[in-house]
Ligand binder design. Structure first.
Ligand code: NAP
Ligand code: G3H
Length: 479
């Protein structure tokens, strides 16, 4: 600590590291400095990959139970530091204290499940029963791919970091981790705990620096075998252009629709829509980002939504308000732009459209049409458009016309309608009678179109960070 500003160090080859150049992480609630992290240079990043490559060989050779034991020690320290981590989250990303605790609890369960599931990654064996190959027996074990570059977004600084780091490490990879700048205090605290847990030097490295400045040199390195990225579609697309030989796992943005049919249970539907759209102030990739409601029930659903949204509390994360300041001013500016475009083109504001610095009151815009940008763009803010449709086919077309394909919800009491619609939606997952959501974390998490590439989860992540390697025994028949 210097001048009461918390400073965290990067972790390179087992050493906590600073170079004298600091980036300030801004608290979205106070607009003051929440802490500082080092701004690493291209030369330093190159050294990180060299140490990760060197360390990976021994780590891979270590028995899995020993790797698990190291990772369990790290997990225990995360549990020990729950209050510190939650406070950092509140300061640097304005997440409510309770929500921050819940993210940490969820992450601890993620780790426990991952470490158990890793033990079930048994080799597959084959007999050479075809193509004249009777005298062969093959064993294909899951071996690590090598070096994993893990880049996480700001909104779940623990969960979306750990869900890349732990499955990569337990399967014998080394990791180069780059947290979002807004989220890097938590990220580098995790790194400090990795050192305390004696994770062997170079196996886990944590880099800090602005993605816009060091992103390309992070990604353009031939040593990387897998890039696991969560963040915006724009950055995800850039990474896929810049990466050299790495496998890509990309979890990107979304514009998840909630389709509400005329036979839906309206009270339950409205409760789930409000939770889905406004939790963590709408800053979730899986947030409900548009409601498509059938005309016959729209005049009943909309007042219930209004009533519920007016009950949301707006204010400080430390007061556990439902709506807290969004991450930065540009997010506010973007939301205002989307609202203005919609209102100029004939939409109406049902509730909200009120701002105080980074704090945006939960806003619902009705009479939105497909001609408005709000029907298609992701605000990542507490802003929900409502679009009315007549025929179910129309709703399916609007849902599928999006550049995104993360998740969708269908609200109806008719399972036949729900299943028929679910089959036609071009998304990773469809939630019947619930909000879109990633968890529980062992479910496969997939985005199609501009929402991503590859699969995350627990077993899917373990598989994504490994490849099958075969050893084939050949023999001559002697008897
Ligand atoms: P972002 O701006 O794309 O940043 C994500 C990460 O990429 C950060 O660590 C960022 O570092 C880094 N980065 C920035 N430019 C880079 C570059 N040129 N090369 C390599 N890395 C670079 O996203 P965000 O604002 O943190 O998160 C919001 C977006 O993420 C939304 O679109 C949301 O839907 C999406 N998201 C998706 C999921 C999912 O699972 N599908 C989950 C969460 C969020 P800096 O912070 O230093 O810029
Ligand atoms: O922001 C993106 C996260 O992957 C969403 O996770 O559905 O559990 O909020 P969640």
């Amino acid at each position: 600590m210097t001048n009461n500003i918390i400073k965290y160090q990067s972790l390179i080859n087992g050493e906590l590291y600073e170079n004298g150049n600091w980036i300030s992480v801004i608290n979205p609630t106070t607009n003051k400095i929440a802490g500082q992290v080092p701004a690493l240079t291209k030369v330093e990043i190159k050294k990180v990959y060299e140490s990760a490559k060197f360390a990976q060989k021994n780590w891979e050779q270590m028995p899995i139970l020993k790797r698990i034991s190291f990772l369990n020690s790290w997990k225990q320290l995360i549990i020990r530091d729950k209050l510190i981590l939650a406070e950092l989250m509140t300061n640097e990303i304005a997440k409510g204290t309770k929500a921050a605790y819940s993210e940490i609890d969820r992450t601890v369960e993620y780790i426990e499940y991952t470490l158990q599931e890793a033990l079930r990654l048994h080799p597959e064996s084959y007999t050479g029963d075809s193509w004249g190959s009777m005298n062969k027996l093959a064993v294909f074990e899951y071996v690590p791919k090598g070096i994993v570059l893990a880049i996480s977004p700001f909104n779940y600084p623990i969960n979306l970091s750990v869900s890349k780091i732990f499955p990569a490490l337990v399967t014998g990879n080394s990791v180069v981790f780059k947290p979002a700048t807004q989220g890097s205090l938590v990220g580098l605290h995790l790194a400090k705990l990795a050192k305390e847990a004696n994770i062997p030097n170079g196996v886990f490295n944590a880099i800090s620096g602005k993605g816009s400045e060091i992103g390309d040199s992070l990604v353009e390195n031939e040593a990387i075998n897998v890039i696991s990225f969560t963040g915006s579609a724009v950055v995800g697309n850039r990474i896929s252009q810049k990466s050299l030989k790495a496998d890509l796992i990309l979890e990107l943005g979304g514009k998840d629709p909630a389709i509400v049919l005329n036979d839906a249970d309206l009270e339950d539907t409205a409760t789930k829509i409000i939770k889905g759209a406004f939790s963590y102030s709408g800053q979730r990739c899986t947030a409900i980002k548009r409601v498509l409601v059938q005309r016959t029930i729209s005049s009943k659903l909309i007042p219930i939504l209004k009533e519920k949204v007016e009950k949301l509390t707006v204010g400080l994360p430390t007061d556990n308000c439902d709506i807290t300041p969004v991450i930065d001013q540009s997010t506010v500016d973007n939301a205002k732009k989307l609202i203005k475009d919609a209102l100029d083109k004939g939409a109406n504001c049902l509730v909200g459209n009120k701002f105080k610095e980074n704090l945006m009151w939960p806003t619902i815009i009705t009479d939105v049409t497909t001609k408005m940008n709000l029907a298609w763009e992701e605000p990542f803010a507490p802003l929900l458009p409502i679009i009315i449709f007549d025929e179910v086919k129309e709703a399916i077309n609007i849902a599928n016309d999006s550049q995104y394909g993360l998740q969708a919800s269908v609200f109806t009491t008719n399972i036949n309608s729900a299943m028929s619609i679910a089959k036609l939606l071009e998304v990773g997952s469809v939630n019947i009678n619930d909000q879109s959501q990633r968890g529980p974390d062992h479910f496969s998490f997939v985005g199609v179109k501009d929402s991503g590439l590859g699969v995350q989860g627990i077993r899917p992540s373990l598989l994504a960070f490994t490849r099958p390697k075969g050893i084939v025994i050949n023999w001559k028949t002697k008897i």
